[in-house]
Write a protein that binds this ligand. Sequence first.
Ligand code: ADP
Ligand code: MG
Length: 242
Amino acid sequence: MTTLSVQNVSKSFPTAGQPLEVLRDVSLQLSGGQSMAIVGPSGSGKSTLLQILGTLDRPDDGTVMVDGDDPFVLDDTELARWRNQKIGFIFQDHHLLPQLSVIENVLVPALATGKTSQQQIGRATELLDSVGLADRVTHLPSQLSGGERERVAIARALLMRPALVLADEPTGNLDEETGERVLKLLLDLTRRQNKTLIMATHSPEVVPFADRVFRVHDGQLLTTAEAQPQIHSVPKPFIVPN
Ligand code: ADP
Ligand code: MG
């Protein structure tokens, strides 16, 4: 089943002069269990695309369907609830709450829905076990290494069984070896749970691990082969088949 269907998404930001066109006619489709890496230099529009896919920002044009829903028809309250259920976010700086323990941080998305159930506490415990942090559940984020904090963020992103997991430079703050371990863990966990994963990175170390790799180039999403400099041809948008 198609988890994510993006059609002709464009996004510009206003500036003092001409609007800054960051995304132009981006289209893609991904099914459950598929992983996709978006590479490209800093400023190429990776975060802008992830923000739109995660419904934290709206496209100027085009449609985004997640798990069969068009989230942008919802009002802000409904959208916040929908996002909490359907999207798992992992950020470079993990955004853990410093005053909460590891397991409390993992349970934050459940707290947003009201009370946490025993079932959710059980799931948080299992997820922490699967990211190798079973013996860190009562630690505070400040008592963890960078790689451990990122693994807490992965567990938190998966708590609500989201359809779509979005990771923005998840290994950007980690050394190469730790980053690679965290990345493999993220890919392995999302695959086993049949989640669709999209991760943005400016470093190419993810390339061998993701099912698909795209490059943001001149506002468009291209296969890495198409993204090579092509002096005489205009790059075409790449549509990912089902
Ligand atoms: P990346 O994640 O690939 O580094 P971004 O998506 O963060 O790139 O940014 C792409 C471009 O859009 C950059 O040139 C950035 O300055 C610009 N940009 C991003 N967000 C905004 C905004 N809210 N307002 C104006 N310009 C923005
Ligand atoms: Mg970015």
